[in-house]
Design a protein around this ligand. Structure first.
Ligand code: FAD
Length: 263
């Protein structure tokens, strides 16, 4: 079985800054981390490999420094890692990102299962997983908390819903996005850490993926982030202080002053 886990390198949430000129996220000089949700995608892939055999490849599309993020996952025992990096990929929206990843997965194939995190903490769209399934023309499910391989090349997934959870079954190859309930990520082992430092990580660009520059990056995107800004505060806020009873009394008075019906 060949499982591909997709990870994204993102700016550390503790240090999110917006460039007032370009209205885009400041990435220069900001520490980059593996998207926190993607550790669960890597862990899910490793658990399936440990249980059913096969290999795990981790894939990321990003600038050259995204190689660091891949090496962090190799230290967990991932078998292979591939970096998709090319100036032409810059400014990609979720369509162009998932198209580029899908083309790489076809090149790395055959791939039985693609696993993504539930969302990236910067773009926050949760669109790349489903976008990948669309480009690969494969079945998919999202928010999986348990995965099980079944006879006949079928995958059973328990996925979280607003009402609780549901069980879905689909034929492989397929795409899934997972949530933290899939299991706590393992700690890096010394042996794997040593290997992760030396392991060769192939880099693929648009030409390697036989993608035209018009299909990828900003050129290949249907949407463009024109402005990133912190929404203005909606109304004046007042922090009520004092003992809980005191705060409750103050709150009732404020609501009365505001002529809230029923008080
Ligand atoms: C503030 C901000 C807002 C944005 N808004 C939009 C928008 O509204 N529409 C739009 O199309 N684009 C938007 N983008 C661009 C978008 O971030 C990129 O297209 C990005 O590559 C993928 O979308 P995402 O970050 O939302 O990831 P998500 O779709 O939330 O990521 C889900 C999963 O897909 C995988 N994944 C995501 N990106 C990569 C990658 N580069 N390499 C490997 N795996 C990956 C990971 O497993 C991740 O957990 C925005 C970017 C920013 C910074």
């Amino acid at each position: 079985m060949h499982i591909v886990a997709c990870i994204k390198q993102v700016p550390d949430a503790k240090d999110v800054r917006i460039d007032p000129e370009t209205c885009t996220l400041v990435r220069q000089g900001v520490e980059s981390i593996v998207n926190p949700h993607d550790w669960y995608a890597v862990e899910a892939a490793l658990r399936l490999r440990d249980e059913y055999g096969g290999k795990v490849t981790v894939l990321t599309m990003g600038p050259p420094q995204a190689e660091e993020a891949l090496r962090e996952t190799l230290a967990l025992g991932v078998d292979e890692a591939v970096l998709l990096s090319d100036r032409a990929f810059a400014g990609a929206d979720t369509w162009a990102t998932s198209l580029t990843l899908a083309r790489a997965i076809i090149k790395l194939g055959p791939v039985d299962l693609v696993i993504c995190g539930k969302q990236a903490i910067d773009g926050d769209t949760a669109q790349v997983g489903p976008g990948l399934a669309a480009h690969l023309d494969q079945p998919y499910t999202t928010y999986a908390r348990r995965l099980e391989l079944q006879d006949g090349g079928l995958l059973l997934a328990e996925r979280l819903t607003d009402m609780g959870y549901e069980v879905v079954q689909m034929p492989l190859p397929a795409v899934v996005t997972v949530i933290r309930e899939i299991g706590d990520p393992r700690m890096p082992g010394l042996k794997h850490k040593m290997r992760a430092r030396k392991q060769e990580i192939p880099v693929m660009g648009a030409a390697d993926l036989e993608l035209n520059p018009e299909e990828v990056g900003l050129q290949g995107s249907f949407t463009q982030v024109v402005r990133v800004f912190s929404p203005p505060p909606r109304c004046d806020r007042e922090m009520l202080t004092g003992e809980p009873e005191e705060q409750a009394e103050k709150l009732i008075n404020r609501l009365k002053e505001a002529k809230v019906p029923g008080l």
